[in-house]
Design a protein around this ligand. Structure first.
Ligand code: ATP
Ligand code: LTN
Length: 341
């Protein structure tokens, strides 16, 4: 890769990188906000998709569960349609260069800018007993994940926009001192599904580490009956009109989810459910989501029954990723003046 993107750009595909933390069961927010877009983009890019286990330990994880979830998240990527034949899939901690670059970048990241990160502020409030330094420097490691592959595009949900901006600022700052070392990455935030909200508190993001109310999130691996039940219980308003409008957070969220699952726009949905109650609509959303998830679940269980295959994909992925990452790291080490012998 070696800065290369500039040199032989003409015939070369651009690079995508993204990742998800193995910090809980994946929900439809992660699917519609992130993974579905990776799948749609993968044929047009050089792709790196990782399971960011080092980010996950910024919050306490039970070791056996972290191990299991790391494999499950990788299996979910493939089950959702990520093709390991054209994408490099790997576990973040298997490529030590991410942590090495992260240290260097932390010396080019300012205390003030890290203090402004909303995710840090939110997680500090949720985990008052464990406001560790990793939680604070989390976005620096994320910048390293991205910059080490010279990624052009980073497909994420809207909540990650601020972290992406920071990664860009760090890259620009570094380049202004040492020349064109890093590609400046762009976020790719989908129009539909950029932020899926909790079914119980529709002004809050549906979050995989929110275990307070099991009806808040629909998980990718939920059974059809549970999916339908959760949508039936979704919080809405006292009107009975399926219409996208201010003050109707619950219905707006269900309309977004319906649009992600069926491809129908809001006008079409309003017409389809004109004069019908919320009960009918909620059932239709539940059925549409269950239909999208059914084939993903089937593939997931097949993959989990073939752990050897999955582990080989991840081993090969880590080798390929490490090769690219180490090239960037060497270049950075040279630029900043680390002795090469
Ligand atoms: P946690 O709650 O453990 O912090 P999370 O649910 O926010 O995790 P991440 O692993 O941080 O999930 O996010 C994975 C990807 O999915 C990111 O690109 C993120 O923007 C996206 N994403 C997560 N939740 C949603 C959501 N509710 N709507 C849209 N995108 C989402
Ligand atoms: N912070 C991201 C996860 C993440 C990520 C990345 C996303 C870690 N490293 C690199 C894109 C690119 C989140 O979703 N919470």
């Amino acid at each position: 890769m070696d800065n290369t993107n500039n040199v032989s750009n003409i015939n070369k595909k651009k690079i995508i990188l993204s990742g998800i933390q193995p910090s809980g069961n994946l929900n439809i927010g992660t699917y519609f906000g992130a993974i579905k877009n990776w799948v749609n983009l993968q044929n047009d890019y050089i792709n790196y998709f990782c399971v960011v286990d080092m980010h996950a330990i910024t919050v306490r994880q039970e070791p056996a569960q972290l191990r299991r979830r790391s494999l499950e998240v990788a299996a979910t990527y493939i089950a959702c349609g990520i093709d390991p034949g054209i994408c490099t899939l790997f576990i973040q901690s298997h490529v030590p260069a991410h942590a090495q670059l992260s240290w260097v970048l932390s010396c080019y990241s300012m205390f003030g800018e890290l203090s402004r990160m909303t995710q840090f502020k939110e997680k500090s409030e949720q985990h008052t007993d464990n406001i560790n330094a990793g939680l604070f420097t989390y976005p620096v490691l994320m910048a390293a994940d991205i910059l080490i592959y010279n990624a052009h595009l980073v497909p994420v949900g809207a909540d990650q926009k601020q972290h992406l901006e920071l990664a860009r600022d760090i890259a620009v700052r570094f380049n202004s001192v040492y020349g064109d070392v890093f590609t400046i990455p762009e976020p790719y935030i989908p129009k539909d599904g950029a932020k899926i909200y909790s079914l119980q508190e529709p002004d809050k993001k549906m979050s995989k580490s929110d275990s307070a109310n099991e009806n808040s999130s629909v998980f990718i691996m939920d059974k059809k009956d549970d999916i339908i039940r959760k949508f039936k219980r979704a919080v809405t308003d006292s009107e009975a009109e399926v219409r996208f409008a201010g003050g109707k957070d619950g219905i707006n969220n269900l309309m977004s989810i319906y649009s992600c699952a069926t491809g129908k726009n809001f006008d079409e949905t309003e017409k389809e459910f004109a004069g019908r109650g919320y009960g009918d609509f909620k059932l239709a959303v539940g059925e549409a989501v269950a239909e999208v998830l059914a084939p993903i679940q089937k593939r997931f269980y097949e993959l989990m029954d073939n752990k050897d295959v999955l582990e080989k994909i991840l081993r090969d992925g880590a080798d390929k990723a490490a090769y690219a990452a180490n090239k960037t790291l060497s270049k950075v080490y040279k630029k900043i003046g680390f002795l090469q012998i």
